[in-house]
Design a protein around this ligand. Structure first.
Ligand code: SF4
Length: 370
């Protein structure tokens, strides 16, 4: 197989869905006892039958996470470089058809934003943009990284899908991780949410983690947008994707994020409601399936939810986030991508992590260690 697309094409969505929904309590118990859970076990852990075993799943996830990661939570802040975008995505505030004021940070503004974020203690920043290839392109990205790299220990990016050579350039410039979410693995449904722009090309997006892996990036982040399609089936395909990538690009680390749809200007309502209980099942299923994968929960989630999931398998959290370009200092009124839910300050997040008996970590990686 040359890429994950060829693997996905061998699977029928409806058949996979039927097999997840057919899993029994015994299948779940077998998955919980497996020394190395398989993809079939992952189906069982994601199934409706597993809901009756949530407490056991939570305990197992907690123990596995402590064993592999210790009692630590990595902290990072997103920094939006631009809200320009040439795509129509029906769930996003930056969508081309939203008549909002567009903003792209200049070099000086990038430095000012970075300093504002750093003043809260962060050494790890996740850079985020829309997709506007005329202005916010590889040259712009390399310039931004060049400006920021001397001042930070870790830079991750969540940009539009790029070519392998461009990822290689970014890796060489000091980028540590690339996050790219497939949104949904259901190809027909994907088209309805992405009617216009380069992002409407399902296959190009699907093959992006392969291009990132070929560029030898240190870490790749995967995920689906929870609320678009059946979360059990989409998450199974995401786990399949993770499994494929780990075997193929074995020197790369992996993370999974769990974005649940949030309100934003001009966007649609979720098609599927993913409850807090569902999200706990999903998070703990990933941990039991894969001891090494990093699991990240953002400020999309409520204070209550974030307080309670800290010990359940999470390894990283964003804090004090702004989802608009310039949101920390230079343009606080620019339009945000979505409303955040947990609006607590960085100090407050540090306190709840410590109160749970965990260590908040602002810096865990140095380029000199690579
Ligand atoms: S999700 Fe990304 S690509 Fe789609 S409209 Fe929003 S910023 Fe643009």
């Amino acid at each position: 197989m040359n890429n994950f697309r060829e693997i996905l094409e061998q699977h029928d969505w409806e058949k996979v869905k039927a097999s997840i929904y057919a899993k029994t309590h015994q299948d779940v118990l077998n998955a919980l006892q497996a020394i190395k859970p398989t993809l079939e076990d992952m189906k069982a852990l994601l199934s409706p039958a597993a809901e009756a075993h949530l407490e056991k799943m939570a305990l197992q996830s907690m123990e596995l996470t402590k064993k592999r990661f210790g009692k630590t939570i990595q902290l990072f802040a997103p920094m939006y470089l631009s809200n320009e975008c040439q795509n129509i995505c029906t769930y996003c505030g930056f969508s081309l058809d939203n008549k909002i004021k567009r903003k792209t940070l200049s070099g000086l503004e990038i430095l000012a934003e970075m300093e504002a974020i750093k003043s809260s203690g962060f050494q790890h920043i996740l850079l985020v943009t829309g997709e506007a290839n005329q202005t916010v392109n590889i040259d712009y990205f390399l310039k931004a990284i060049e400006l920021m790299k001397p001042h930070l220990s870790t830079i991750s990016i969540e940009f539009q899908p790029l070519e392998t050579e461009e990822y290689h350039q970014l890796q060489q410039a000091g980028v540590y991780a690339v996050l790219v979410y497939q949104e949904t693995y259901h190809q027909e449904v994907y088209k309805s949410y992405h009617p216009k722009g380069k992002k409407s090309n399902f296959c190009y997006r699907l093959e992006t983690p392969d291009r990132i892996g070929k560029a030898q990036m240190h870490k790749i982040g995967l995920g689906v947008l929870l609320g678009l399609e059946d979360w059990r089936v989409d998450s199974y395909f995401c786990a399949l994707h993770l499994h494929y990538l780990e075997q193929r690009y074995w020197q790369t680390k992996y993370s999974i994020s769990f974005p649940r749809m949030r309100p934003a200007e001009g966007i649609i309502e979720p098609n599927i409601i993913v409850s807090d209980k569902n999200l706990v099942q999903l998070l703990t299923a990933y941990r039991i399936f894969n001891e090494d994968v990093e699991l990240s929960i953002s400020t999309r989630e409520s204070e209550h939810f974030r307080n309670h999931v800290i010990p359940l398998g999470v390894t990283s959290m964003s804090a004090g986030s702004k989802t608009n370009p310039g949101g920390y200092s230079v343009a606080p009124d620019s339009l945000e991508q979505f409303e955040i839910s947990d609006e607590r300050s960085v100090e407050e997040i540090v306190k709840i992590i410590e109160d749970a008996g965990y260590d908040p970590v602002f810096k865990d990686w140095e380029k000199s260690y690579a």
